[in-house]
Write a protein that binds this ligand. Sequence first.
Ligand code: 13P
Length: 255
Amino acid sequence: MSRKPLMVGNWKMHANHLETIQMVQKLSYRLDGPDYDRVDLAVAPPFTALRSAQTVIEADQIPIALAAQNVHQEPEGAFTGEISATMLAKLSVSYVIVGHSERRSQFLEDEALINRKAKAVLAAEMTPVICVGETLEQREAGQTDEVLIRQVAGALSGLTPDQVAGLVIAYEPVWAIGTAHSAEPDDVQQRIERCRAVVIDSFADGGEHIRILYGGSVNPGNIGGYMAKRDIDGALVGGASLDPDTFAMIVRYWT
Ligand code: 13P
């Protein structure tokens, strides 16, 4: 099963709309046609910069997809401060990050909510990037697989095999995020294989097609080690995606 690698830059709460335009343009200058044949590339700027990113991507015909960092689970209504999936789709957003560990821990998002968000994203014809991963405490208690199985099964509950085949999971061990302590590629391969097995159990072929990324202190020096693994289909990159030079080196992991 060949799955096209996907690299996603999660800019978190960094970059205003003007900085975003510059970052998208700089990134595009460092990549060319054949690069986009080998990998799919997306950036996730903050909500306030999506419209500007869309404008520059369309004007300059840049083959970088847009991703959002979060979404509300309802289509519309009295939810002050929230953004719906249809609003994102209208801005040509292709991917929506759902259930990032920062949202699980700081905004108390649980499996049921993440599942509803994933369904809202799919209903608006975008692709959820569902984040899963254990904390250091859970890892040290030997609960990693159990946590991953619960998070994957919870997020995908009630989806059809076709819906599952098109979506993206990102395995981001919480202890590896923003710490410079990246996980060992062998360990990541094993965990991702486990996640894929859970998906195959419930959704048959969907599990073979689904792209599963690694995230957690990815940099130009360690990306090659992950991409050499059979089940690792790309990366969700935080800090290192803020510098277009560095991010371009990660995207071109084979050079
Ligand atoms: P870092 O790459 O900064 O560790 O962040 C990973 C992450 O949380 C991406 O969503």
